[in-house]
Design a protein around this ligand. Sequence first.
Ligand code: NAI
Length: 342
Amino acid sequence: ALRASFAGKSQSPSQRASVNLQIQASFKVAVLGAAGGIGQPLSLLIKMSPLVSSLHLYDIANVKGVAADLSHCNTPSQVLDFTGQSELGNALKGVDVVVIPAGVPRKPGMTRDDLFNINASIVKNLVEAVADNCPDAFIHIISNPVNSTVPIAAEVLRQKGVYDPKKLFGVTTLDVVRANTFVAQKKNLRLIDVDVPVIGGHAGITILPLLSKSKPSVSFSDEEVQELTVRIQNAGTEVVEAKAGAGSATLSMAYAAARFVESSLRALDGDTDVYECAFVQSELTELPYFASRIKLGKKGVEAVIQSDLQGLTEYEQKALEALKPELKASIEKGVAFAQKQS
Ligand code: NAI
């Protein structure tokens, strides 16, 4: 049912039966930063997945209680808690998917780049441990600024000699979730039918929803395109301002991240029809990392969907060119940080 709700599809009784009979919990997932605003609801949603046999919760504080609490849910996975640097290695051993929402979130008036100084070091430290303990795992980076933390993670893995670009993902699923919701509302569509690819990066104008590629096909006036694009780009800030100092998006982010975990597990489990948007190493543009739709398989990124960049509207083409300098600078900032530290 979880899978169906993330995929936005309802199930027939026979599909439900096959889900119940066929799914065996077999994957291990680690959440680093599991006691945080995103970490807690994300861990709950992962605990509900029938594909997970073991859920490893790691944080520098407060994780024991979160794990004790979650362990009482009568779903198949075992929940284990790990606290502090000395237990980080054990949290990661044998893990198939590592999700990283560790770090500080934005407060009103802050950009995602303002988080760089704190979160860059946190991500570097955690990814070093991933390289040492589960180098084959899928790595999902949520910690902001994603446009820089993903290049940092790649450099760290490269320095450790274990970088597999097909298995490192910046999580941009929330941008897609938001685009789907706002387009459905604007056009009175059934939410579960809507799918909007979002490309570029994950901050401000680097977030580029391709409204012309929305499914189902809908037409937008120029004003609607402008209004929706700006709203999707600023949706994170909408939440930061509404929370007025108490953090950024956590619940919708947990929902989005859980969808990306579930998609990854389905791909690892052999499902050959899994597509998501993510910020990955890419040859789609001249930039070394770029968010786009990808096909997921057992070995990670199986294909980057090229066709999304073909036949863009003039508005989208201009926005694509406009985002490149900012995205390039954020990528280079991450690479420089990791190289300076090594
Ligand atoms: P939070 O402050 O509520 O939780 C962060 C957690 O990380 C805390 O439990 C903290 O103890 C833990 N932590 C800090 N340093 C750590 C370390 N070295 N190792 C392990 N855990 C550590 O923050 P929240 O709201 O959960 O946000 C987390 C991150 O996610 C932020 O960087 C935020 O900007 C980002 N974010 C990303 C989104 C995306 O779409 N990719 C959307 C929303 C937030």
